[in-house]
Design a protein around this ligand. Structure first.
Ligand code: SF4
Length: 340
C-alpha cells in the first residue's frame, strides 16, 4: 500500500498492519473505509501479518501470539491499551472499537512452527488482546493457532476473559498431551458493581469461573488470574475474600494476582475515566500512582491479605502465581487491614 487514500486499491490483497498505521496516521481511523461494522458497534479491519510469533525477553514465556489487536472487552485498566498507539490509534475508544483481524495468522504461524530451527519454546497467547473476544466466534483464528501449536508440539499459556475458551477444550486437551498447556482465566473480582464499571464488554465473572470448572474437569490445567486488583474498586478485604472463595469453589488449579499498574496510554485512559466518572477518587489515585506501580508497601498489604485468604479457602495447597513485581515481598498477615 502506498499512501492514503489508496488503501483499498489493491484488488483482493489485504493491508498489512503497517499499511493500517500509515493510513490512520494520514487520515485517522475513519480512513479505514473497509473496516466492517458489526452488531457490537465495533469496526473490524482485516489485515495480513508477516509474522505470528513475536519474540520477547524478561518474561516467563519466550514468544507471544496475538491474532487480533484491540479488544472489545474494553477493560479500563487494560495494560494493552497502550499498544494500540503502535497502529496510530488511541488507547481510549479506538482500542475497544477498532479491531485488527490478522486473517493469515494461522497460515503464517504454521509456517513458522514448521521451520527446522523452531525450538518449541513456551508461547503466550493473548498478551495484547483477548484471543476469545466475541469476534473469535466468526474468524476462529485462536482455535486455528491452537491446532497448529498442538501439531508443532509447542507449549502454550493462554490468558482470557472469554468463556468461549471452553469451545476449544478438545484442542486444549490435545495440546496438553502434545506439549503442555495452561489456561489462565482472568477474573479480577466477582463484585458485580466493580465488574460492570471496570470491564464493560466482558462476560459475567461467574460465567468465566464456570469455564474454569469445565476446563479443569476436562483435564486441562486451568486456573484464575485475580488480576489486576484495582485499588478502591476491588481491593477491600470483603471483595477479595468473596472472589477467592468463588475461585476455590470452581475448582481452579491455581490462582495468581497482581496490583494494577499504569503506564503510557493506559495511564492516561484510566485516570481520564476516573476523572470523568469518579472525580472524588482522583486525588487518591494521583497519590497512589506517582509512578508506574503502586508503592511496595501497598502491594505487600495486598499480598498478605491474599495469602491469608488463600490459606482459608484451601488455595495455597494448589499452585499459586504471585505479583511478579520485584519488590512485592512477603508481608505479615497483620498488615492486611487496609481499606482502599
Ligand atoms: S479482556 Fe484483556 S485484553 Fe481485553 S480489554 Fe480486558 S484486559 Fe485488555
Amino acid at each position: 500500500m502506498s499512501s492514503f487514500p489508496l488503501l483499498f486499491d489493491l484488488g483482493t490483497a489485504k493491508p498489512t498492519t503497517r499499511d493500517v498505521a500509515n493510513t490512520v496516521k494520514a487520515g485517522g481511523s475513519h480512513a479505514l473505509t473497509e473496516a466492517e461494522r458489526r452488531a457490537d458497534e465495533a469496526r473490524y479491519q482485516e489485515v495480513t501479518c508477516r509474522s505470528a510469533l513475536n519474540r520477547v525477553k524478561g518474561m516467563p514465556f519466550d514468544w507471544t501470539l496475538n491474532p487480533y489487536r484491540g479488544c472489545t472487552h474494553g477493560c479500563h485498566y487494560c495494560y494493552a491499551r497502550r499498544y494500540h498507539t503502535q497502529f496510530e490509534m488511541n488507547a481510549d475508544d479506538e482500542f475497544a472499537s477498532m479491531i485488527l483481524v490478522k486473517t493469515n495468522f494461522v497460515e503464517v504461524l504454521t509456517r513458522e512452527l514448521d521451520r527446522p530451527s523452531w525450538t518449541r519454546d513456551l508461547a503466550a497467547l493473548g498478551t495484547a488482546t483477548d484471543p476469545y473476544q466475541p469476534i473469535e466466534g466468526r474468524y476462529r483464528l485462536t482455535r486455528g493457532a491452537l491446532v497448529a501449536l498442538a501439531r508443532g508440539r509447542t507449549p502454550v499459556g493462554i490468558v482470557t476473559k472469554g468463556p468461549m475458551v471452553v469451545r476449544d477444550r478438545d484442542v486444549l486437551a490435545d495440546l496438553t498431551r502434545a506439549a503442555g498447556c495452561t489456561v489462565h482465566v482472568s477474573v479480577p473480582t466477582v463484585d458485580e458493581d466493580a465488574w460492570r464499571l471496570l470491564e464493560p464488554g466482558t462476560a459475567h465473572p461467574l460465567q468465566r469461573l464456570r469455564a474454569v470448572r469445565e476446563l479443569a474437569d476436562a483435564g486441562i490445567n486451568a486456573g484464575v488470574l485475580m488480576a489486576p486488583v484495582v485499588p478502591g474498586f476491588t481491593s477491600s478485604r470483603s471483595k477479595i475474600e468473596r472472589t477467592i472463595k468463588a475461585i476455590a469453589d470452581h475448582g481452579a488449579r491455581f490462582v495468581g494476582y497482581n496490583v494494577m499498574h499504569l503506564e503510557g496510554g493506559t495511564r492516561e485512559h484510566f485516570l481520564g475515566f476516573i476523572e470523568r466518572a469518579f472525580p472524588a477518587m482522583l486525588p487518591r489515585f494521583d497519590r497512589l500512582y506517582v509512578r508506574k506501580y503502586a508503592p511496595a508497601s501497598y502491594r505487600k498489604e495486598v499480598q498478605a491479605m491474599v495469602r491469608v485468604l488463600q490459606d482459608r479457602y484451601g488455595l495455597s495447597k494448589r499452585h499459586t502465581t504471585q505479583d511478579r513485581n520485584p519488590d512485592a515481598e512477603t508481608a505479615t498477615p497483620e498488615q492486611a487491614a487496609f481499606a482502599w
